[in-house]
Design a protein around this ligand. Structure first.
Ligand SMILES: [Zn+2]
Length: 197
């Protein structure tokens, strides 16, 4: 799988796709998160772990504790969420707010939602005026990560602003996306145009 792979409702992953190198991101016995079920500890692709670990370390040196709150999610898990929402809230609501199975980046192992550990307290209530968010926005590209669903880009991503959802795309792609203030969708258009030339 290419790190800059586009995954959205028009570019879906196969229902059988499971990353073959998933690793648990939090092996610390004194982990920040009181997991109700240790099997539900967040996992990401081992290929991006060194990049995440380095980013996490540098964030820490700047006073911010950033952790993975939710990483890999299977196609079937997304289907369960989808079905539950259709049943409880209707198809209209579900289509608006829930990713169709296969179209969630979480299935790739390359994306995760962040949480913080702040003043001894764990929080997944990530907001755009958080200093941690501010640091991530200005620095995550150096480690190959992008904010996947930015504000004011909803017309392109068709996903509401998600200040917690980060995606590994590789350092080169992340720098282009950051420097040009574009989305992964726009990055792929640029890439296609270059290939046509
Ligand atoms: Zn997410």
């Amino acid at each position: 799988m290419d790190f800059d792979i586009l995954i959205n409702k028009d570019n879906i992953l196969d229902k059988d796709f499971v990353p073959n190198d998933l690793v648990t991101t939090d092996n610390n016995e004194n982990n920040f998160h009181k997991y109700k079920d240790p099997n539900l500890k967040p996992q990401i692709s081992n290929a991006i772990l060194p990049y995440f670990t380095l980013m996490q370390k540098d964030a820490y040196l700047n006073g911010f504790s950033i952790i993975v709150d939710s990483g890999y999610r299977s196609f079937n898990y997304q289907q369960v969420i989808w079905d539950k929402n259709v049943l409880e809230k209707g198809l209209d609501y579900t289509q608006k707010y829930i990713m169709l199975p296969g179209s969630s980046e979480h299935q790739s192992g390359l994306a995760f939602d962040v949480a913080y550990y702040r003043n001894g307290i764990y929080t997944d209530d990530v907001k755009e005026d958080d200093p941690e968010y501010n640091w991530l926005i200005n620095n995550s590209y150096k480690y190959g990560f992008i904010l996947r669903y930015p504000k004011d880009k909803e017309n392109i991503t068709h996903i509401n602003f998600e200040p917690w959802h980060f995606r590994f795309v590789g350092i080169n792609a992340a720098k282009i996306i950051h420097d040009n203030n574009i989305t992964l969708e726009e990055y792929h258009l640029l890439k296609e145009k270059k290939l046509e030339r």
